[in-house]
Design a protein around this ligand. Structure first.
Ligand code: GDP
Ligand code: MG
Length: 441
């Protein structure tokens, strides 16, 4: 997909005069590419119609930046498809919420349940996991193993075969224990079967979840719409999580899932590990869908706002892919100053959605300052190393003592470092385009 879309846009940008013919050719090619990438036919057709309405050929003729206008229109349309118009139910810390996960077997429910619990636990929640999958042998063991690893309380049974009974018992028990996020993992089937949907309906009716999350494998292809719709018809799906985004699939099916459930995508899974889980961010997702990579906008921004003389050094560091604590420290300084580089880094998916959520800038700044205080208690060796193994227990204790913070906080800061290092490492070997060479959106 990426290739053909890039090619289509490339062709368009090579044309000296953009007229209706070129626009149509370009749209047709993008249409084919999106269909290949599992985006549903109807969605693609609607997008095509909308773009023709938005892109005013007279405007183009008037000499505005033609390429930009068309690219932006395509980008915006895809973003719009991913926005169902209302946010999903969001659990509140300290208030009990029941969240039920549904999806076919192998979609990643059990893995994602733990990731979701772990994500909240790190933020101070009291999550708990209930295994209502009595269909698959070994399901309880898998959940138990995951939960134990993350130190999250769990409930399940080796002998009970009634999923409704277990789900109710688990939810009741964790309500009594004042857990604020009770997560119910359910069974799946290899195919969409009536028995599965009936079971989901019963579990949902008995546990009255505040939120039902549909878990979708990014590689399921055109099946996404029907699958999502089938679940939506039996339970009140309110959010979508797309898994296995670390694989080859671009995840075009997510657009169908949003359309079928009228619910937003809230997280994506990016690996088998517990912390390979990210808050969903529309723009990088669409960039990827279009084959532009997550970093095109980022690179543009560098050229736009970083002083010329600072660009080579920053880009050099980026292409080496070695993210040290010292680089993190420097970027934190920039963010606090909100100088140009700070703005640049706030565009990285990890920085923006996770570290600095919108509307909570004050809190984020305080957190960054806290992290910096801890880093002030580190040795040069520690700051310049890109080997996280160096940070053993005794070093962590020393840093905590030295900065007057808790061991838990130092560990949290190091987690943050690892997360950012991972994003950073994706830029390794990045070919640095010169200004004006970017075909970025
Ligand atoms: P379930 O049957 O829906 O509960 O699915 P599981 O949670 O058991 O996951 C099925 C397989 O997909 C397991 O091998 C997981 O490790 C794997 N998996 C789940 N999420 C991801 C992901 O985001 N990336 C990758 N690479 N693998 C994943
Ligand atoms: Mg499972």
């Amino acid at each position: 997909l990426g290739g053909s879309i890039s090619r289509a846009i490339q062709q368009m940008s090579n044309a000296t005069i953009i007229d209706e013919k070129v626009l149509n050719e370009c749209l047709n090619e993008i249409t084919r590419a999106l269909l290949q990438s599992d985006v549903q036919f109807k969605l693609v057709r609607d997008m095509q119609t909308n773009i023709k309405k938005i892109v005013n050929l007279d405007d183009l003729a008037a000499g505005h930046n033609k390429r930009r206008i068309i690219q932006q229109a395509i980008f915006n349309e895809l973003c719009k498809i991913l926005d169902p118009g209302k946010p999903s139910f969001t659990p509140k810390k300290g208030k009990t919420s029941v969240v039920m996960f549904v999806g076919l077997q192998g979609s990643g429910k059990t893995t994602t349940c733990t990731k979701y619990a772990y994500y909240h636990q790190k933020k101070g929640w009291k999550p708990a996991l209930v295994c209502a999958d009595t269909f698959r042998a070994g399901a309880f063991d898998q959940l138990k193993q995951n939960a134990t690893k993350a130190k999250i309380p769990f409930y399940g049974s080796y002998t009970e075969s009634d999923p409704v009974k277990i789900a109710v018992e688990g939810v009741e028990r964790f309500k009594k224990e004042n857990c604020d996020l009770i997560i119910v993992d359910t069974s799946g089937r290899h195919k969409q079967e009536a028995a599965l949907f009936e079971e989901m309906r019963q579990v949902s009716e008995a546990t009255k979840p505040d939120l039902v999350i549909f878990v979708m494998d990014s590689s399921i292809g055109q099946a996404a719409f029907d699958q999502a719709q089938a679940f939506k018809q039996s339970v009140a799906v309110g959010a979508v999580i797309v898994t296995k985004m670390d694989g080859h699939a671009k995840g075009g099916g997510a657009l169908s899932a949003v359309a079928a459930t009228k619910s937003p995508v809230i997280f994506i899974g990016t690996g088998e590990h517990m912390d390979e889980f990210e808050v969903f961010d529309v723009k990088p997702f669409v960039s990827r869908l279009l084959g532009m990579g997550d970093l095109s906008g980022f690179m543009d921004k560098i050229h736009e706002v970083v002083p010329m003389d600072q660009q080579p050094e920053l880009l050099q560091k980026l292409s080496e892919g070695n993210f040290t604590l010292r680089i993190m420290y420097e970027q934190f300084q920039n963010i606090l100053k909100m100088g140009p580089i700070g703005q640049v880094f706030s565009m990285l998916p990890g920085f923006s959605a996770e570290l600095m959520p919108k509307g909570r800038e004050k809190e984020s700044q305080a957190k960054i300052k806290r992290y910096m205080t801890m880093m002030d208690s580190m040795t040069n060796e520690e700051l310049d190393s890109s080997n996280p193994k160096l940070m053993n227990e005794s070093r962590i204790m020393r840093i905590a003592r030295g900065s007057g913070r808790q061991v838990r906080e130092v560990m949290e800061m190091l987690e943050e470092y690892k997360r950012l290092a991972k994003i950073w490492s994706k830029m390794k070997g990045l070919k640095i385009p010169k200004k004006g060479e970017m075909s970025a959106l």
